[in-house]
Ligand binder design. Structure first.
Ligand code: HEC
Length: 158
């Protein structure tokens, strides 16, 4: 009880000051892109996208057809987490320092955000078909941007 009261007293002047202020200075976020676009692709985006693509569909092995969808809660959680990285990577690509100042770039990055969110919803619902569809949309967003902006369009996603 006493601890609460002390906090309240300590915070009140700051709150009053914040409310009384009419002109707030504009915030200036200090973006610091940590990598080149190339390294960002290899180290952040592709590993996360690969988790999505490796978790949907079927492959043929010597033992027969193998369903790639996760079989454990942990597996689905891993897909959910990677889908979040993919979606946020779309935001990163719109950041000053990474982005190209053209509408098309922003649209391709936006397509990646939508596909990432759809993949995450599929992972949360453990819906293998929806994950497969989202993976297709994601692939299209990667390709569209590469076709236009990669210096040498030699897109490689195995
Ligand atoms: C908004 C545009 C954009 C999107 C979306 C995008 N990329 Fe890229 N990507 C680039 C550009 C530009 C380069 C070339 C960077 C360089 O070499 O300077 C690149 C390069 C790459 C490379 C390196 C290729 C090489 O041969 O050197 C990989 C791998 C890659 N991207 C993977 C992906 C994957 C996977 C996705 C989708 C999940 C994706 N990218 C989505 C713009 C994009």
């Amino acid at each position: 009880m006493r601890a609460h009261k002390v906090w309240f007293l300590a915070l009140t002047p700051a709150l009053l000051a914040a409310c009384g202020e009419t002109q707030q200075p504009a915030l200036t976020p200090s973006y610091q892109p940590s990598a080149s676009v190339h390294d960002f692709m290899y180290w952040m985006l592709e590993p996360a996208a690969d988790v999505l693509w490796d978790s949907a569909g079927y492959i043929i092995t010597e033992a027969g057809e193998q369903d790639l969808q996760p079989t454990t809660q942990e597996g689905w959680d891993h897909v959910r987490n990677s889908a979040t990285v993919v979606a946020e990577a779309g935001n990163v690509l719109m950041m000053p320092g990474y982005r190209v100042d053209e509408q098309a770039w922003l649209e391709y990055a936006g397509g990646m955000i939508s596909a990432g969110i759809a993949a995450r919803e599929a992972a949360v619902a453990k819906d293998a078909d929806a994950l497969f569809t989202a993976g297709g949309h994601l692939y299209n967003a990667c390709r569209a941007c590469h076709n236009r902006y990669m210096p040498e369009p030699a897109f490689r996603v195995e």
